[in-house]
Design a protein around this ligand. Sequence first.
Ligand code: HEC
Length: 383
Amino acid sequence: MNGTTATQSIILADLEIEGRQRQVLLHAPKNGFFYVIDRATGELISAEPYVDVTWARGIDMATGRPIINPEARYGERPVIVKPSAAGGHNWHPMAFSPATGLAYFPVFDSGMVYALDPNFRPEPGRMQQLGVSTTSFPEQRARLNEQVRREARAWLTAWDPVTQREVWRQPYSQRGSGGVLVTAGDLVFQGTIDTTFAAYHARTGEKLWEMPVQQVAIAGAMTFMVDGVQYVAVNAGWGGGRTHGPPASELGLQLSQSARLLVYRLDGDVALPPLSDVAWERTRIVEPPADTGAPAAVIARGERLYAETCAGCHGANARGGIKDLRMMTAETHAEFNDIVLGGIREERGMVSFAEFLSPEDAAAIHAYLIRRANEEWSGEDIR
Ligand code: HEC
């Protein structure tokens, strides 16, 4: 299945299973199954779906392999397969409480429309999705995409790894809520997609506290003690998965807010400064270079190359992502070719694309990015 990773957190726990004390690891990867594995022997103890799964009927306990549904071997006709490439659970940290015996993590219940593209040819260095044809059966595809949008659900789950059952859930309006912390005091903390930081009762899911934080804190929170006082801290910055998700028009101010570390204690009384308007935020961003005046065809070419080569990390429409390329400094603009073709930032995770892009290609992408920066700067940024 497309986009299935198992890089999600792995939690070590001691559980009593069928009368036996077991040292296990808990894992809820993108593929929709919650795995309980004996961490001493590697034996698969159980694996059950924590979300709607259509690509497999279950996990074969003898082999640990999925029992794949024949329908999941799709052809040229578009079909919905669940979970989507975003996963039933993405990278956001899961938490486990030895006190409640429950694991807590954000769940995304959604399908994705797949179809084989008979004309698919692999192009090295470009982001391509085998099986995500965008040309065949347009009406059926549109109908199924609409169904996917309509039926998508997201929630925070409290999952019992022994019985492999959900104990409670906290529904959200859409996906994108953050990682989870659970404390010995039976509190579950999570940054929510509704731009709040919330605490739930670890046993019942009852919402005990919630505060607007002007941002979606997607990191997992952490807790520590100083002089007998317990603190809860969470990073609330921009970046990560959500920038690839909803349309830009829905993101609004959050996108331009700078990162914050929010730290709480019981009698804390500091208020957040009011959410300023975009114009105020924009004063914090470097002014982009003057538009290159490149012909529309060059910008369009840059846009296409960007979408195929860079968007996976730097965000759709050059918005958000690992580093928002509309906000490059003058120095970075000057080094653009050295970075993109010369590979001078390789050890920081930005490799050279010289193998896949000619200097003209890089120039077209650069011109497109400067155009996008100017659109953002002038407030005409509607994409
Ligand atoms: C696999 C992920 C990935 C892809 C794909 C990718 N980049 Fe990057 N890029 C990074 C990372 C990580 C950094 C941050 C490096 C650093 O800390 O300076 C970065 C940084 C940059 C920077 C420096 C930005 C700044 O403000 O400092 C530029 C310019 C850049 N990338 C251009 C591109 C272009 C153009 C493409 C497409 C041809 C591209 N990148 C594709 C991961 C990626």
